[in-house]
Each structure stands twice: as structure tokens, then as C-alpha cells.
Write a protein that binds this ligand. Structure first.
Ligand SMILES: Nc1ncnc2c1ncn2[C@@H]1O[C@H](COP(=O)(O)OP(=O)(O)OP(=O)(O)O)[C@@H](O)[C@H]1O
Length: 828
């Protein structure tokens, strides 16, 4: 039969493909493997029958049909937007990403998402020239790129006069920070071009400041981890503000969830924050003297167990660059020394050696480290030692001093080191913001902004603690935001096209889990944790009991998103991405985040203005006298006015503010993907990628898309493609002709809706198997141009060509001879 159709050249490959029924087969190791079905399942049944699939090497496997996914013909290979794939399933998505990745095409759209896979190698795709090409062409005319997203955001901002946001998430090492930098590089470049017309320009002082914020943030907020040499240990939302002409007029950074435990402990093979190594290696002798930096990396407890250096990174050079960046930011030498003094103080704090006496009370046999710490931080030594070893406590109505066990005193020292670092980081970010504001005060008025959110994606580790709950809660809210946004857009499109269809708000799907975490009544996880944190006898155990009592199945508020654990303290939450088991050990402490009151208050009396500014909430007037009632003898950490704020509460508030900002913007979504766990180029671990696509909402986006009528074809395209099959002629463009055409094609009317300018099809295709009961032969036309022509049980598939129908009479059944056309719009 094959010679009665001579397929066009370009369709030859498709034709060969069409000879077999290709599918993707789920495979635990490979993710998906290619094969073709060699035993056809019963023609008209819809049951999940078993089929034999032959793999490429000849191996045969018998599997349930539902374990396979349809494969797209080769013409869809390397599709730039996966929404265009005929078969939109997990296997096809990951296959497409893989093909592109191996051709160095690391960016791909998936509907509203830009998916970016870390290439782990230099690619020449970020040049000034590339930037300008994206600036000069419209979206759709250029391949997918982070620049395309940046450009869309920039132009939408100018055209719609609406704030924009670019949300970048992904696992550690997936490329969030690199892509964030590219967005900023793009915006600062095209914004400066826009000021004086076309052509490259010198960057303004403000633009240079915005660019220089990054090395500062990286020095203080990034560290080497097993997964990433330069891992950001905090989330950030960078807002770049623009004047009405499109030039940059200001900027602002907000930060979230700094990993402060790293200051005092690091995993083997990891490091503390970069700044410690830069300072210890790069400080001049004069600086070292002033900072009382007497040791090397191996001499300080907080750095000695970590890696000293990172391959390919020169800490000394980075320190020079950091100082330059601080200078550009308007942070002068004396102010810089203020930060470095705090770092030196933290290092000495770690070196204080404590022992215990016979009654198990903490002692400090050698005060040398404490003296250095106090010298550099401008504190009185005796008071400091007293605060650490014998702090004041409340006993009934009185305050008494109480000796500390070794463990308690050590803990107080570490907690202080972490608090100092975190608060210093906060002051630094404020300082950067202030630097940017000062210079922009004279500039153009701010009209609108583009905010770039760079925040860790969903985290599921072997052991998950409060930190993971907070980051997963954040991601749950961000995913809800995405789902809701998609819902609004889809609704709007249906409305504009006059199609009566109420799209499902999948944002609502996520609400029960979010409620379970954040609601106050009945008490969600964070509220329960807060309540136990202020109970005199509250413990991890009482917290767990309280949680179980409220949320476990069968209780009055019980939720099916919550599961209790039998043998350990903890619970399982059902997130949209997956079930996650949390271990609640240590949560109360993490939540209270206690700093020794005496020590914190001592800081506010320092002779050093920077140190003094770190604990404003403990300054006189916010001290013991005023907060006595609120304190209830519990550890503190109070905001102004004496209210006790926990880590959970703080994050909830910050997240609330972030979400409110995001809701006021037009969002753009970027999902970064880690290709493998070895930081190597040219390697893509499919199960790992699939898991990320599941966690980061790309597959969720596809699921949502499928709930409506995601495939769209303009009337013109519809006619172009199918008129030939129904004889056509006479039809005019428009709604009526489209409806007539579709009816003539015999497509099930539930499978499409005719709008004002286009036809909307459901993704799930009508069954495309041949049904030749009432006619001699069948034609299955698959959108995209393949045809199956059949005669009774003998069928053959071909690439479709324009004059295909001409061949029908040669087989004895032409258009007049009666054949059935069954249409498969999955190939739209
Ligand atoms: N587009 C890219 N081109 C070349 N290399 C890249 C690209 N994206 C990422 N990388 C490489 O991967 C490393 C990790 O990327 P990045 O620091 O951006 O990850 P991240 O998602 O921000 O991780 P973390 O959450 O740990 O901060 C980079 O230091 C760089 O070496």
C-alpha cells in the first residue's frame, strides 16, 4: 500500500514514525522509555487492557495500557512551547526538555511557565548583542529565553502601566540566582538604552548600584553547600523601580528566611558564609589589627571544620570586589569596618571555651576570647561574662541571677552569634536599600516596578523540620497564586470569546493545606506552635499533642491533609507536590528563637554604633520593665512595644506582605531545573527532572490546562487544515462557517466550543482508533498531518499530504464511496 501515497520529503520521517504505534513506557530508572505497541488492544473497548510493547533494543514488555503515554511524532521534537505538543503528557514534556537540553536549548515554555535547565557550562547566550535582539523583536519571534520574559515584563509595565513580577523558583543549584542576575542585567541594559534612544550606553550610578547589590548579598548571604558552590541561603524579592519613560529610578530588596544555623554549624564538605573566608584571607594587616583578627580559618570554631576554599574561587579577590561594591553602594570604609567588627565578634564568640564545675554550672576558665569579643564589639567584659554564665531570670515578682548549665550557656552563646549575624544581615540590606534610595531621590519619580522573586522551591529531605515547613508553606502560597492567576486569565479568555464555561479555580485546591498551616481558628500549625511557645510548660510534645487533637482525622476539625505519626513525634502533610513527613523535634526552640535577654540588652549599650543598632527591640524602654506581663517568664525576642514575635509568625507576616505585593502585579513564572546531582554538563537525570516538574507546578499547570479547552485554533487555521476533507468551497471565515466545518467533520460536539475568533478544543482527544463498522474503510486524520487509511482489519498509517484524498478512489472508496473520518485534536 505504501506506494499509492508518496509523502512529501519532510514528512518521510513522520511516515516512518507512523508505521508503528509509538508510546512512552514508564520506567523506574529511566523515567520513560520509547517503545511501540505490537499487540493491539481490543478495538472498541475502553478498559485498561494489557498490551505488548517492543522497546528499541527488541525487548518486549507486557504492560497495562494506562502505564503508557502517547508519543508525539518527530515534527514536534524540540517544541519551543510545550503547550503546542499534540500529546501533552509527562513523558512528552520531559522528552522535549531532554532533546532541547542536549542541543543547548536550556529555555522552554510550558504555557505560562518558562522552564530553565541549568546547563552547568558557559553558553554564549547572554551577550549584549543577544540582549538587544530580544529588545528589538516581539515575543514569539525569538526563542524562549529569560531575556524574553524580562522584555515582556518591561514592555507590559510600560504599556499597561502595571507593576510586574517575575517569580523564579527551583531547587538549590537549579539556577535561580543566575537567572535573577540575567533579569537584572537585561533590565539595566535596556532601561539605560531607553533613556537616550537606541544604542549601548554607559550605565548610570543608580544602575551600577543595583548591579553591585548582588556581590554584597552573595558575600553575606551565600555559602558553599554540597549542592551548590555559591548557594543563596535566603530568599529575596528585588524590586526595580522605573520612571514613566522606562528608565530606572530606584530599587529595593526584601529578604526571607536566612539560614542562620550555618553561622555556628556546617555540614561536612560545606562552608560558613563566604564573607568569613573573604575577611580572614583578604583583610590587610592593618585591618586585622583593628578587628583583632588574630587567627586563620582553622583557628576559629565556626570555620575550622569547614572547607577552606572552593575550587575556582579566589576569596581574596572576592573580598576586594566586595569592598568596591560596598563603596559604590555608598557604604564608606568606617561603615564597612562596622560590619567586619561584628563578624570578628561572632568568630570570637565561637572561641569562648566553657567548662562545668562540680555542680554542673558553666564556667569560663579563660576569658581571653571573651575579652577580644568585647573589645571588638565595644562591650564591658564583666557584664558580658555575667550575662552569659549567670543571667537574670524572673522568679515570681522578682528578678534573680541564676547559674547556667554548660549546655545552656553554650546554647546562649550560639544563639547570640546567630542573632548577631541575622540582624547584621538585615541592617546591611537596609543599608543597601538606603544607598539606592539616596541616589534615586534626585532621579525621576517612580512610576512602576518589576519585582524579581528568587526563592527556594519545595523541599523534601529525609528529615524535614520547621525550616522546610516554612519554605513549603511559601511554595504552597506561590503555587496557589499561580493557579489563581491562570484561572483568571483563562476565565477572561472564555469571557472575551463569549464561551459559557466556568473554569475551575484550582487555587482553591490548595486552600485546605494552606489553612491547616496558617489559620488561627481552629488553630493551624503555626498558631499551635506559637501558643505552645508561650506556655510555661509548653514542649515539642505538648505542641504535637495539641496539633493531633485538632487536626487528625475524626477530630472535629480533622483534615484529610493531615496525618499523625505512630512511632515518632511529627506529622505528615499533604502538599500539592507530595506528602511530606515533618519531624517536630526542636520546633519550639526554633520558633522562639531565644536570645539571652541580658546579652541582647548589653548590645544596646555598646560603644559601637553599629552594634548598638542591632537590637533596638531590647533597648531601654522596651526592656524588662515594660514587658514583664507579656514575658510570663518565657524566652524573649520581642518587637517594639514588648510583643513576643516568633519565627513562624514573622514569616507568616512577611509572606502575607509579599503575596499582597504580588497580587498587585502582572506575574511571570520561571521554573529552574537541576539536571543532575553531580553539577555536570551534558547529563540529565529524567526521574529527578520529573520530580522537580511535579514539585514546581509545571505538571500541575498542565493538569489545569487540560481541565478546560486548552487547544485553540483560529477560524482561518481551522479552514486551512480541514476544508480539504469536507469538500469545502463556499465557506466564509467566521463562526458560522467554523461550526459548519466542524459538524461536517463529524467531531463530537462536546469536544469543542466555537468562540468569536477561534475554536477551543479539549485536550483529551476523542478516541482515534478506527471504527470501520459501517463503511469499507476509514481515515483517521490526526491533526499535524498523519493519516491512517484502513480496509477492514488491514490498516496503514501515512504522512498526510494535500492531495491524499485523490488516492481514495484508487482503493475503491473515495469521498463518494463512504469513509469515516475520525479526528484527533490532540495534535493541535
Ligand atoms: N544559565 C546558566 N549558565 C551557566 N551556568 C549556570 C546557569 N545557571 C546556573 N549555572 C551554574 O549553576 C550554579 C548554581 O546556580 P545558582 O546559584 O543560580 O542556583 P540557585 O538555584 O540559585 O541555588 P541556591 O538555591 O542554592 O542558591 C551556578 O553557580 C553556575 O555555575
Amino acid at each position: 500500500m505504501s506506494d499509492f501515497l508518496s509523502p512529501p520529503d519532510e514528512a518521510a520521517v513522520t511516515a516512518a514514525f507512523s508505521e508503528k504505534r509509538w508510546v512512552w513506557l514508564m520506567d523506574e530508572e529511566e523515567g520513560y522509555i520509547a517503545g511501540h505497541i505490537v499487540s493491539e488492544p481490543g478495538a472498541d473497548t475502553e478498559t485498561d487492557e494489557e498490551v505488548d510493547v517492543e522497546l528499541e533494543g527488541g525487548e518486549k514488555r507486557r504492560v497495562a495500557l494506562s502505564q503508557t503515554e502517547r508519543m508525539n511524532p518527530p515534527k514536534f521534537d524540540k517544541a519551543e512551547d510545550m503547550a503546542d505538543l499534540g500529546y501533552l503528557n509527562e513523558a512528552s514534556v520531559v522528552h522535549n526538555l531532554r532533546l532541547r537540553y542536549f542541543s543547548d536549548l536550556i529555555y522552554t515554555y510550558s504555557g505560562l511557565f518558562l522552564v530553565a535547565i541549568n546547563p552547568y557550562k558557559y553558553l554564549p547566550i547572554y551577550t549584549e548583542e543577544t540582549i538587544r535582539s530580544y529588545g528589538n523583536y516581539k515575543r514569539g519571534e525569538m526563542p524562549p529565553h529569560i531575556y524574553a520574559i524580562s522584555d515582556t515584563a518591561y514592555h507590559d509595565m510600560l504599556q499597561h502601566r502595571e507593576n510586574q513580577s517575575i517569580l523564579i523558583t527551583g531547587e538549590s543549584g537549579a539556577g535561580k540566582t543566575e537567572n535573577t542576575k540575567k533579569v537584572i542585567q537585561y533590565l539595566t541594559t535596556i532601561a539605560s538604552d531607553s533613556v537616550l534612544g537606541s544604542g549601548p550606553k554607559e550605565k548610570s550610578a543608580l544602575e551600577r548600584q543595583i548591579l553591585q547589590a548582588n556581590p554584597i548579598l552573595e558575600a553575606f548571604g551565600n555559602a558553599q553547600t554540597i549542592r551548590n558552590h555559591n548557594s543563596s541561603r535566603f530568599g529575596k524579592f528585588i524590586r526595580i523601580e522605573f520612571g514613566s519613560g522606562g528608565s530606572i529610578s530606584g530599587g529595593n530588596i526584601e529578604w526571607y528566611l536566612l539560614e542562620k544555623s550555618r553561622v555556628t554549624h556546617q555540614q561536612p564538605q560545606e562552608r560558613n558564609y563566604h564573607i568569613f573566608y573573604q575577611l580572614l584571607k583578604g583583610a590587610s594587616p592593618e585591618m586585622r589589627k583593628q578587628l583583632v583578627l588574630e587567627g586563620e580559618i582553622k583557628d576559629y570554631a565556626y570555620t575550622k571544620d569547614s572547607m577552606e576554599s572552593i575550587d575556582g574561587v579566589d576569596d581574596i579577590k572576592s573580598f576586594e570586589e566586595l569592598q568596591e561594591a560596598l563603596e559604590i553602594m555608598g557604604i564608606n570604609k568606617e561603615e564597612q569596618m562596622g560590619y567586619f567588627r561584628i563578624l570578628s565578634g561572632i568568630l570570637w564568640l565561637g572561641n569562648i571555651e566553657l567548662t562545668k564545675d562540680r555542680s554542673d554550672q558553666a564556667q569560663m576558665p579563660d576569658a581571653a576570647a571573651a575579652e577580644k569579643l568585647c573589645h571588638v564589639l565595644g562591650l564591658p567584659v564583666t557584664e558580658f561574662i555575667k550575662g552569659l554564665l549567670r543571667p537574670t531570670m524572673r522568679a515570681g515578682r522578682d528578678w534573680v541571677t541564676r547559674g547556667q548549665s554548660l549546655g545552656q550557656a553554650r546554647y546562649a552563646g550560639e544563639a547570640l552569634a546567630r542573632a548577631l549575624y541575622e540582624r547584621m544581615f538585615g541592617v546591611l540590606v537596609t543599608h543597601i536599600n538606603h544607598g539606592v534610595t539616596t541616589i534615586s531621590a534626585t532621579a525621576l519619580p517612580k512610576k512602576s516596578f518589576i519585582g524579581v522573586l528568587d526563592i527556594a522551591g519545595f523541599e523534601i529531605f529525609e528529615s524535614n523540620s520547621l525550616e522546610q515547613l516554612l519554605i513549603n508553606y511559601t511554595n504552597e502560597r506561590l503555587q496557589q497564586f499561580f493557579n489563581h492567576h491562570m484561572f483568571i486569565l483563562e476565565q477572561e479568555e472564555y469571557r472575551q470569546e463569549g464561551i459559557p464555561w466556568s473554569f475551575i479555580d484550582f487555587g482553591l485546591d490548595l486552600a485546605p493545606t494552606i489553612d491547616l498551616i496558617e489559620r488561627n481558628r481552629p488553630m493551624g500549625i503555626l498558631a499551635c506552635l506559637d501558643e505552645e511557645s508561650v506556655m510555661p510548660r509548653g514542649s515539642d510534645l505538648t505542641f504535637q499533642e495539641k496539633l493531633d487533637a485538632v487536626w487528625k482525622g475524626g477530630s472535629s476539625e480533622g483534615s484529610n491533609r493531615y496525618e499523625t505519626l505512630r512511632f515518632r513525634s511529627g506529622f505528615i502533610l499533604r502538599h500539592y507536590a507530595s506528602r511530606v513527613e515533618y519531624d517536630t523535634q526542636g520546633w519550639l526552640d526554633k520558633n522562639k528563637d531565644p536570645v539571652n535577654d541580658d546579652l541582647a540588652r548589653l548590645m544596646t549599650t555598646s560603644t559601637d554604633p553599629m552594634v548598638r543598632s542591632l537590637f533596638p527591640d531590647y533597648a531601654r524602654g522596651n526592656g524588662r520593665g515594660e514587658e514583664s506581663e507579656a514575658a510570663g517568664g518565657t524566652p524573649r525576642g520581642r518587637a517594639r512595644g514588648g510583643t513576643f514575635r516568633t519565627a513562624g509568625q514573622r514569616h507568616k507576616e512577611q509572606l502575607g506582605a509579599l503575596m499582597a505585593q504580588l497580587h498587585s502585579t502582572e506575574p511571570h513564572f520561571v521554573r529552574c531545573i537541576l539536571p543532575n546531582g553531580n553539577k555536570r554538563p551534558g547529563k540529565l537525570n529524567v526521574p529527578m527532572v520529573l520530580n522537580q516538574l511535579r514539585c514546581n507546578g509545571v505538571l500541575e499547570g498542565i493538569r489545569i490546562t487540560r481541565a478546560g479547552f486548552p487547544s485553540r485554533l483560529t477560524f482561518y487555521d481551522l479552514r486551512q487544515r480541514y476544508e480539504i476533507l469536507v469538500g469545502g468551497g463556499g465557506y466564509v471565515d467566521g463562526k458560522v462557517s467554523a461550526s459548519l466545518l466542524l459538524r461536517a467533520l463529524g467531531i463530537d460536539e462536546g469536544g469543542y466550543r466555537v468562540g468569536k475568533s477561534r475554536v477551543f478544543f479539549r485536550t483529551e482527544p476523542p478516541n482515534s482508533r478506527i471504527s470501520s463498522k459501517s463503511c469499507k474503510a476509514s481515515v483517521v486524520v490526526i491533526w499535524g498531518g498523519e493519516a491512517t487509511v484502513g480496509l477492514k482489519s488491514k490498516t496503514k498509517r501515512f504522512a498526510c499530504c494535500k492531495n491524499m484524498l485523490k488516492f481514495m478512489p484508487t482503493l475503491g472508496f473515495g469521498p463518494g464511496g463512504g469513509f469515516t473520518a475520525v479526528y484527533d485534536p490532540s495534535f493541535l
